[in-house]
Design a protein around this ligand. Structure first.
Ligand code: B12
Ligand code: SF4
Ligand code: SF4
Length: 379
């Protein structure tokens, strides 16, 4: 084992930043390991107000998620890192497909993890303890990055990096090494802009930096159970995640879209074909989308959303669509029958509903009588 005794805190910090940068991290900053007080207060407050809906994540145990000392005993410093996923150009529409949010076009968390691992490995080589966290319920990533001076909180709640915007995934290395912390978090740079508020399809941004998860499509398409009927039209073609409040964000537009033009990059996966998704086995489905957060790893959650997208986007004269809905109307899972009823009614395919008229499941019966706006004006 090498030893870091001869390196001052500053020199060690510079050394670690160099390592992280050469491992692909776009921005790196350092903060102390004291409690993340801002997030602790906010998590408790939002939970009490119901804004977390049925989410768990960092809301399950706010005191644990905001105490780096519980993530690593003896923690003294945190190195925050950001890995970029912007710059891939605009997305051309794709027929009969579900849209995937940019942060999941590839396994960017894997790339981020590798970058942070290189820093943690070096720290361990030098005799310190170090643990990597990213998108883990043990740490609130944005708050760490904010405190480390990486960016400011946008009104859409995302952390924006100066000059480059919010197309970044965030993570950290918690260590017992004493490193010089950032002392000046970045000031707000949103100014008078409000574009994210206006662009959100469900009015989920209920205050600057405050997202009501019960209305946020990114959560609604991940959560289990039914997609609340009042938000199904807004789901549009979104199969996983939602980028609307970031797509309109001026710093993102300036930096992220139109630069790079790598849409022919075969390592990215922005669309998933719906008929395929609704035909393959559970194993095949999870192989394709398995790294997404899917409530209880239940493939029905993804299929349910796919049915809603069919209703919102498909051509009712397309035989593959009619056949698929016909199969799902007699599916053994009532959640899927219910969403197939909605999709059929949205497409004006009332004739398909004969098979469910006597369905014993109350959720399916409810779908048959609730108001649905048919896209072709027959209701
Ligand atoms: C739960 C969660 C969600 C939930 C809830 C999001 C939310 N806004 O809380 C759902 C499922 C909806 C979600 C959606 C998304 N998420 Co998410 N999510 C998380 C997770 C697991 C925990 C976040 C958390 O604890 N939130 C709770 C509160 C306390 O945090 P907050 O919303 O950031 O609140 C802060 C601000 O309000 C600020 N604040 C306080 N007062 C004020 C006042 C003003 C004026 C302002 C501006 C701010 C401000 O302080 C608060 C405390 O930190 C983290 C991973 C992690 N372990 O941290 C990823 C994470 C936040 N998500 C991420 C991403 C990429 C997304 C999506 C963009 C994905 C997508 N395309 O669909 C969307 C964005 C939606 C949005 N506009 O926020 C990234 C964010 C990267 C970034 N640059 O900011 C993270 C960090 C994952 C990662 N490791 O990269 N997510
Ligand atoms: S992710 Fe989509 S639904 Fe959620 S706040 Fe942003 S624009 Fe609104
Ligand atoms: S759209 Fe405007 S207000 Fe919203 S996060 Fe971006 S810069 Fe800030």
């Amino acid at each position: 084992m090498r030893t870091a005794q001869h390196l001052s805190g500053e020199a060690l910090a510079r050394h670690l930043v160099e390592i992280g940068r050469s491992a692909g991290l776009e921005a790196i900053g350092i903060t102390h390991a004291e409690v993340l007080q801002l997030s602790r207060t906010v998590l408790h407050h939002r939970k009490a107000k119901g804004l977390a809906g049925t989410m768990n994540f960092t809301y399950r145990n706010p005191d644990r998620s905001t105490d780096p000392g519980r993530a690593l005993s003896g923690a003294r410093s945190i190195i925050a890192g950001a890995y970029g996923y912007g710059g891939l150009g605009a997305l051309a529409p794709s027929l009969l497909s579900g849209r995937v949010a940019r942060y999941s076009w590839r396994d960017y968390y894997g790339d981020l993890h590798r970058g942070l691992d290189s820093i943690a490995t070096e720290l361990r080589e030098l005799g310190y303890s170090a643990r990597v966290y990213c998108d883990d319920n043990s740490v609130v990533d944005r708050n760490v990055a904010y405190r480390a001076g990486l960016g400011w909180y946008g009104k859409n709640a995302n952390l924006l990096l100066p000059g480059t915007g919010s197309w970044f995934v965030l993570g950290s290395v918690i260590t017992n090494a004493e490193l010089p912390p950032n002392t000046q978090p970045l000031a707000d740079q949103c100014g008078s802009c409000r574009q994210c508020f206006d662009a959100c399809p469900t009015d989920a941004i209920v205050g600057p930096g405050v997202v009501d998860a019960r209305r946020c499509l990114a959560w609604l398409v991940q959560a289990g159970g039914e997609i609340p009927p009042e938000f199904r039209e807004a789901v549009g073609d979104r199969l996983y995640g939602c980028d609307d409040c970031q797509d309109v964000c001026p710093p993102n537009k300036k930096y992220g879209l139109g630069v790079g033009a790598a849409m022919n990059d075969s390592t990215i996966d922005p669309w998933v074909p719906l008929i395929w998704l609704l035909s393959v086995s559970d194993t095949q489905l999870l192989e394709r989308v398995g790294r997404w957060y899917i409530a209880k790893r239940d493939p029905a959650v993804v299929r349910r959303t796919a049915l809603v997208i069919l209703g919102n986007t498909a051509d009712p004269d397309d035989k593959s669509v009619v056949d698929t809905l016909g199969r799902y109307l007699i599916h053994q899972n009532p959640l899927l029958r219910a969403h197939a009823v909605w999709a059929s009614r949205r497409l004006g395919l009332e004739f398909l509903l004969e098979s469910v008229r006597d369905d014993a499941d109350p959720s399916v019966q409810r779908e048959l009588i609730m108001p649905v706006r048919c896209r072709f004006g027959s209701e």
